[in-house]
Design a protein around this ligand. Structure first.
Ligand SMILES: Cc1cc2nc3c(=O)[nH]c(=O)nc-3n(C[C@H](O)[C@H](O)[C@H](O)COP(=O)(O)OP(=O)(O)OC[C@H]3O[C@@H](n4cnc5c(N)ncnc54)[C@H](O)[C@@H]3O)c2cc1C
Length: 433
């Protein structure tokens, strides 16, 4: 299941596995967008780091993104303002808009098809929600653009735009950003101990460790198994489909998203919680056929992301009292700017002992949120159901006939037909006799 990015990522570069022990200041576990950017910005601040990647850099969730670089994350601002106040919404916007600007800066040195675009969020039936979000934009001084009739094949009540956002080729960017970093591929971190990342091939001894493993590999401590859920979505790359000009997303979780890449339309949608039915390529293909008759499907892929309880990522110290273990996760399908924000916050904490956004992203903030009850209910159901068990926490797995995989409805681990591990938090495969 290849994404469009994988066929066009430039010359292949492999990094050797770890052999023996190495010493560094900061060990970064995971070589996706979050891990590579953390190592990159640490290097810019003069901090030595080593990246340990279980497979190949960029080949986790990052290879399947749609790579919109934007501070517009659906209708996030009204939600943050309601829950944490307007000040927090302002800080969220600043952190993410600075991330957009940082991509702009780095992209000058890295050929990665960076293009400026306006990001739009549309609603199919709730104009009021768009107006409330616009009001927050106005109060924060975010220049809003409004389209009454967005040029997408969906019945809408309008679309709210944020100008000066961008899109790019994530793997061209990541491969360029990785240059000059000390990276070990095919090196699975089996265990994290104080000052150590233990692998089968050797140990990385480090003062600090950053977990950039998508779902944190240490997740019982810190309650990440309760604070995160995973949500799966599908993407089709269509030739011969009309370019809508900007980047569009539905304000509802399962709706359609649009962006183009060199004339090819990337249509996203069919989303559903991992391990549950619904959505999928069938739904997306039906939408594509109705909207773009005659368009040709070039690629189809699927992936999933970690969703936090309150729509804000978890970036910072892994737990309140863990001084030298850091985490970057819960990007809510906005992990391009999320990864950059994480790299800026964590490199600031490590190099300078602080970051203006420490509190906003603090992973130890309160977990009191209605979504926590949903996550708890799902975990209880998974534990009480019958069937093949997930090696992560013992939830009953569901067979996914669409992708021929075993999926965990509690935490989102996935396994292939033979039991091989595809997606974490599980750390090993299934035994299938
Ligand atoms: C359909 C879809 C579309 C999206 N589109 C957008 C978008 O347009 N814009 C946007 O901002 N975001 C988007 N996102 C979200 C974004 O793609 C992700 O949030 C981001 O790619 C996550 O990056 P990451 O580095 O955290 O994870 P990954 O890319 O998964 O990297 C984690 C790495 O850790 C490694 N690893 C795991 N465990 C270990 C271990 N024990 N030892 C060593 N290595 C380990 C894995 O092999 C992997 O390479 C989208 C998400 C989805 C689902």
């Amino acid at each position: 299941m290849k994404s469009l990015w994988m066929d066009d990522a430039g010359p292949e570069r492999r990094y050797a596995p770890l052999r023996g022990n190495v010493d560094t200041d900061t060990a970064v576990v995971g070589g996706g967008m979050a891990g590579i950017l953390c190592a990159r910005l640490l290097r810019e601040r003069g901090i030595d780091s080593v990246v340990v990647e279980a497979e190949r850099i960029g080949m986790g969730i990052t290879r399947c993104t749609t790579a919109k670089i934007t501070a517009q994350h659906g209708l996030v601002y009204s939600g943050i303002a309601r829950r944490y106040g307007l000040g927090a919404a302002r800080e969220y916007w600043r952190a993410n808009q600075e991330a957009v600007e940082e991509y702009r800066r780095l992209s000058r040195g890295f050929p990665c098809d960076f293009e400026e675009k306006t990001a739009y969020v549309y609603s199919r039936d709730d104009r009021k929600k768009l107006e409330q979000e616009r009001e927050i934009y106005d109060r924060l001084g975010i220049g809003a653009v409004f389209q009454e009739h967005p040029p997408i094949p969906v019945q809408t009540v309008g679309a709210l735009g944020m100008a000066e956002q961008a899109q790019f080729h994530p793997l061209k960017f990541l491969n360029a950003a990785a240059q000059g970093l000390q990276i070990y591929e095919d090196t699975f971190a089996a265990e994290i101990r104080p000052g150590r990342v233990v692998t089968a091939q050797g140990t990385v001894r480090a003062r600090r460790v950053i977990l950039a493993t998508h779902f944190p590999m240490v997740n019982l401590r810190g309650l990440y198994f309760l604070k995160l859920r995973q949500h799966r979505s599908y993407v089709l790359a269509l030739a011969g489909a009309r370019d809508p000009g900007g980047m569009y997303i539905d304000e509802q979780e399962g709706g359609l998203s649009f962006r183009t890449c060199n004339g090819t339309l990337l249509l996203g949608g069919g989303g559903h919680p991992t391990g549950k039915s619904g959505g999928g390529w069938e739904e997306l293909r039906r939408a594509a056929e109705a909207a773009y008759p005659g368009a040709r499907e070039q690629y189809a892929w699927a992936t999933q992301d970690c969703m936090s309880l309150d729509g804000i990522p978890y970036i910072g110290r892994h737990q309140k009292n863990s001084r030298e273990l850091y985490v970057a996760t819960g990007f809510n399908k906005w992990g391009m700017t999320g990864s950059m924000a994480a790299a800026r916050v964590l490199s600031g904490l490590i190099a300078e002992g602080g970051s203006r956004y420490r509190e906003l992203f603090d992973p130890s903030r309160s977990v009191v949120h209605p979504q926590l009850l949903v996550n708890l209910g799902q975990a209880a159901m998974g534990l009480l159901s019958f069937g093949r068990r997930c090696p992560h926490m013992g939830c009953a797995l569901r067979w996914n006939p669409r992708e021929h995989t075993w999926d965990c409805p509690c935490h989102g681990s996935r396994f292939d037909r033979e039991g091989g591990l595809i997606d974490n938090p599980a750390k090993r495969g299934l035994r299938i006799e």
